[in-house]
Design a binder for this molecule. Structure first.
Ligand SMILES: NC(=O)C1=CN([C@@H]2O[C@H](COP(=O)(O)OP(=O)(O)OC[C@H]3O[C@@H](n4cnc5c(N)ncnc54)[C@H](O)[C@@H]3O)[C@@H](O)[C@H]2O)[C@@H](O)CC1
Ligand SMILES: Nc1ncnc2c1ncn2[C@@H]1O[C@H](COP(=O)(O)OP(=O)(O)O)[C@@H](O)[C@H]1O
Ligand SMILES: [K+]
Length: 503
């Protein structure tokens, strides 16, 4: 189910598979798959189509040369910009064979410095500059070429990985780096995490995988996957007629320092709209008497609440007062399932003893940090977290013995045993205040209804992103979507999923 592989894992598969195949077979298959993907993006009358193929100095360039030869045989007008290996470096045999094939085809080789690239109406650009062998930021003529290509308005098909993007982390390589902005990526052998998180979604576009007919026996079991409804669908339950509010759990959202009462309200509203039997909004100071927009919520002062009677969602707007710290301490000491978000994570970051007690809890724990909160917990920086989101999420999950949801584009969900998932739903409409509170309320709601913590986290991020995707298709975003608008969309998405999947 949608496995993802690191560069090291892909290299191992390639090595093992190549040993069982004729020389050059994998590059030829990659080139053919690339040409097929290109044809899907070209007008039906291929003979009219102008295709610009960029072939780099390594084997990614070899794939591009193979693709260029195939495309020129279909009648497309192929222009090739070819970078030979740097001095002192030799081409692989299969790359040399691919170069020969391109040379005897009708593809036209052209010098890089040709300023007319920008002036030509291309139907498609194929990016075969660098793949998983990228070692340093793009510079010189290659950088200038990529900047030119990024100004074009046509489709751009990246081979394996958009050049300039790190296939493991999804970061553009280099502090001031550039990468190809592809509309489509055909990636070889297996899917790669960097195409789906951090900068990956912006640069890779639509991702398709060409396995190159490699036998399944060469692939080790993956510890990383793309999120998939199949991972959690068996927990979607149809409601029994003979049930009552006590059948669907209690959620208590703890937060709401002065001036921040909206955050727990958003989380609590999400919880009640996601099926929880009873929802409490608990305030660390100045409890609202009620929420007129959602009078079903029970608004109370947090100090008066018996914490063992509900699934706890602690953190939205909690603040950093000593009262907030004491509440977090009591929540960790309770027997309740616990979701820690926002200020609860910030308070944890400043208290190593509390972290130790959190890790020793018997009841389930889910943490939902955004990158800055994760950085505080790790004692690092946002840059360091984003440079390796998977490592950050896995490190925190292992250290805190909790499910960690590292939010952002391509949210990473990690478990203490190292398994991890990258979410595929969601979009930048979510980049607005309060959407994290909604996610916390949704995940808390699933936990309160008896979902195990791993599946609750996977389902919550999936539904939260799906709701945003639906709203964007309806024109309610990405600009100007508000967090509260997500709540009814989540309710609809959850009910549809139950109708579709539950027995
Ligand atoms: N060998 C094979 O049989 C197969 C190769 N494949 C392709 O081969 C690619 C990997 O090939 P390579 O290992 O040759 O790696 P790449 O083609 O990604 O690039 C490596 C080359 O570029 C140089 N280089 C790296 N970063 C640079 C930079 N910023 N500026 C200038 N030069 C730079 C390296 O020194 C090396 O010469 C995959 O991504 C995939 O596209 C796949 O098609 C699978 C089959
Ligand atoms: N560009 C984006 N693409 C996809 N999801 C995003 C994007 N920006 C934010 N999100 C999601 O929106 C939510 C924001 O949470 P958070 O940063 O805690 O916001 P807040 O604290 O204001 O509620 C997270 O679920 C995050 O993954
Ligand atoms: K590439």
């Amino acid at each position: 189910m949608n496995p993802l592989y690191t560069v090291a894992e892909i290299r191992a598969v390639e090595y093992a598979a190549a040993a069982t195949l004729p020389p050059g077979a994998l590059m030829q298959r990659a080139g053919q798959a690339a040409a097929n993907a290109a044809l899907d993006l070209l007008p039906l009358s291929t003979a009219q189509a102008r295709v610009l193929v960029l072939a780099g100095p390594g084997d990614n360039g070899g794939d591009a040369l193979e693709a260029a030869a195939h495309l020129s045989y279909t009648g497309a007008q192929v222009t090739l910009i070819h970078f030979a290996p740097a001095e002192g470096r030799v081409s692989s045999d299969e790359r040399q064979a691919a170069l020969q094939r391109a040379k005897v085809s009708d593809a036209r080789f052209r010098e890089v410095a040709d300023a007319s690239i920008a002036a030509t109406e291309w139907n498609l650009v194929i990016d075969g500059l660098f793949g998983i062998g990228l070692k340093r930021p793009l510079d010189g003529a290659v950088r200038a070429l990529v900047e030119t290509v990024n100004q074009l308005r046509c489709n751009v098909l990246a081979l394996d990985v958009p050049s300039g993007l790190d296939a493991d982390s999804g970061c553009v390589v280099g502090p001031d780096g550039v990468a190809v902005h592809a509309t489509h990526t055909i990636t070889f052998i297996g899917n790669k995490p960097g195409l789906h998180t951090c900068d990956g979604r912006d640069y890779a576009g639509l991702v398709d995988v060409a396995r190159l007919e490699i036998d399944a026996s060469h692939f080790a079991p993956a510890s990383l996957h793309l999120n998939d409804v199949k991972f959690f669908s068996r927990h979607l339950q149809a409601r029994r007629h003979n049930s009552h509010k006590g059948s669907y759990g209690n959620v208590a959202v703890i937060g709401g320092a002065r001036g921040m009462s909206g955050a727990p309200i958003l989380a609590a509203r999400t919880a009640i709209n996601s099926g929880v039997g009873r929802v409490y909004a608990l305030f660390v100071e100045d409890a609202l008497p009620c929420d007129p927009g959602q009078p079903e919520l029970m608004c109370r002062s947090a100090g008066d609440f018996e914490l063992n009677t509900a699934t706890l969602v602690i953190g939205p707007g909690l603040g950093d007062s000593s009262a907030a710290h004491a509440l977090l301490d009591q929540a960790i000491a309770s027997d309740s399932v616990l979701l820690a978000d926002a200020d609860a994570i910030n308070l944890l970051a400043g208290d190593a003893a509390l972290q130790t007690r959190l890790a020793q809890r018997q009841a389930a724990v889910v943490l939902t940090p955004h990158p800055l909160e994760a950085a505080r917990l790790l004692g690092s920086s946002i840059g360091a977290v984003q440079a390796d989101r998977l490592a950050a999420a896995r490190t925190l999950a292992a250290r805190l013995q909790a499910i960690v949801v590292l939010k952002g584009s391509g949210t990473v969900i990690a478990a203490p045993d190292g398994k991890a998932v990258i979410n595929t739903t969601g979009n930048p409409a979510l980049a607005t205040a309060g959407t994290g509170d909604v996610l916390a309320g949704l995940c808390g709601a699933l936990l309160a209804q008896g979902w195990p913590q791993w599946e609750a986290a996977l389902a919550a991020v999936w539904l939260h992103g799906m709701a945003a995707d639906v709203l964007v298709t309806e024109g309610c975003g990405p600009i100007g979507l508000t967090a509260a608008e997500l709540i009814p969309a989540i309710r609809t998405a959850l009910n549809r999923m139950v109708q579709h999947h539950a027995r």
